[in-house]
Design a protein around this ligand. Structure first.
Ligand SMILES: [Zn+2]
Length: 165
């Protein structure tokens, strides 16, 4: 893989500010939820060990799902960093692709959501509530646009994805 100087710096960024605590993940999707539970924020429904968009019966417990907690706390499980001249020239199309992947994943997996898309002059940063979605976005970017893709796992509960072209 060939990389220019700017890309090298790109892949070496400081990660400490986002990983505050690797000892536990307060957003575990499975633990601590009685069944059935409905999320009071988004309506996701927890039963048989999984979250779905099924309609919750009235007698369901009421709590916040892990995805809504992450969004409220601003604590992502995945971050995708997009860079390069090609990105800057095609940003709108690329962001549409990112949003579409987000929509599809959220429908199938309620805890996998895009949190924020932030554009700056030279890059775009996308944060997600789930690691799976971050990977899916990275793969979709590469499939559709080629470019260079890397993943870094940080502990069991956090992933950084870098795409550049
Ligand atoms: Zn929720």
């Amino acid at each position: 893989m060939r990389r220019n100087k700017q890309d090298k710096n790109f892949f070496k960024q400081d990660r400490s500010r986002i990983i505050k605590d690797k000892r536990h993940d307060p957003y575990q999707p499975v633990k601590k939820y009685p069944e059935p539970t409905v999320c009071t924020m988004c309506g996701a429904f927890y039963k048989n060990g999984r979250w779905t968009w099924e309609e919750a019966p009235l007698e369901s417990n009421e709590m916040e799902c892990p995805a809504c907690k992450r969004i409220a706390d601003g604590y992502p499980a995945g971050i995708i960093e997009l860079r390069g001249d090609y990105l800057l020239d095609h940003r709108e199309d690329i962001l549409n692709l990112v949003r579409n992947v987000g929509k599809t994943e959220k429908m199938q997996h309620p805890l996998e959501r895009i949190m924020k898309i932030k554009n700056s002059k030279l890059e775009t940063t996308v944060t997600t509530t789930g690691m799976h979605l971050a990977r899916r976005i990275g793969d979709a970017l590469k499939d559709a646009n080629k470019g260079e893709l890397e993943y870094t796992y940080e502990g069991e509960n956090y992933i950084r994805v870098y795409w550049s072209r």
